[in-house]
Ligand binder design. Structure first.
Ligand code: BG6
Ligand code: MG
Length: 219
């Protein structure tokens, strides 16, 4: 049996929109208008790397102090956005899928760039589904670097090639491939995530028992 590694933002909960709103507000501080297209490139990558990209796009340079202050401001804005998150906010179909995989004996890990992952999972009452949580606090390199997924597999005690990743970002799908893992994309189907298995619009689009065949090992 293979194991499952879930990304968080945009896969389990629609927090991707809150990250976007917070980054837009930060960008406005230096009169820069962050577009939705650019925001796709921020998905899946760390807070620090996101700010570095934003500064590059807008042609700004900051001192270390200013940089760290903006990172803190971004997180304050984000935490304010998610303060009322409850278990009703998990994305459609995710609870049923996690339940089904758990009951089928599949090990489940989180592989997220977010340093807020535990706060979010607790708010959603989903934290107990996860055998392992690897997030932005545990890695040095953000997606598309495969570190977060490789550490997830190690912590689960399974080989990388026996993991299937659920991802909504280009950087995340690349990271899964670099870790030699299969990936299922969760995205607006116009977007081309190029996962190794398939894209679905949401977990409602696939019955959990139809997912099971991908978790059966072919030896
Ligand atoms: C990723 C999100 O999961 O986590 C990014 O896709 C976000 O948008 C990144 O910037 C870091 O999150 P946080 O919560 O540590 O700022
Ligand atoms: Mg994501």
């Amino acid at each position: 049996m293979k194991s499952a590694i879930f990304d968080l933002d945009g896969v389990i909960v629609d927090t991707a929109k809150f990250h976007y709103l917070a980054w837009k507000e930060i960008a406005q501080k230096f009169n820069y208008k962050l577009t939705q297209v650019q925001n796709e490139k921020l998905k899946g990558i760390s807070r620090k790397d996101s700010l570095s990209l934003l500064l590059k796009w807008s042609g700004n340079n900051l001192s270390n102090n200013e940089f760290n202050n903006l990172l803190a401001d971004k997180n304050d804005l984000y935490l304010d956005q998610i303060k009322n998150l409850t278990k009703k906010d998990s994305l459609p179909g995710i609870n049923k899928t996690l339940n089904y995989l758990k009951k089928a004996g599949i090990k489940i890990a989180l592989g997220s760039a977010s340093k807020n992952s535990k706060i979010v999972l607790k708010k959603l009452s989903l934290i107990n589904f996860f055998d392992v949580i690897i997030d932005g606090n545990d890695v040095l390199n953000s997606k598309p670097n495969p570190e977060v997924f490789i550490k997830g597999a190690q912590a689960l005690g399974v080989p990388c090639c026996d993991c299937i990743v659920f991802e909504d970002s280009i950087a995340g799908v690349k990271a899964a491939k670099a870790a030699m893992m299969d990936a299922i994309g969760i995205c607006n189907l116009k977007q081309n995530l190029k996962p190794t298995i398939f894209n679905i619009k949401s977990f409602l689009a696939i019955e959990p028992n139809n997912l099971l065949k991908y978790f059966m090992k072919n030896e």
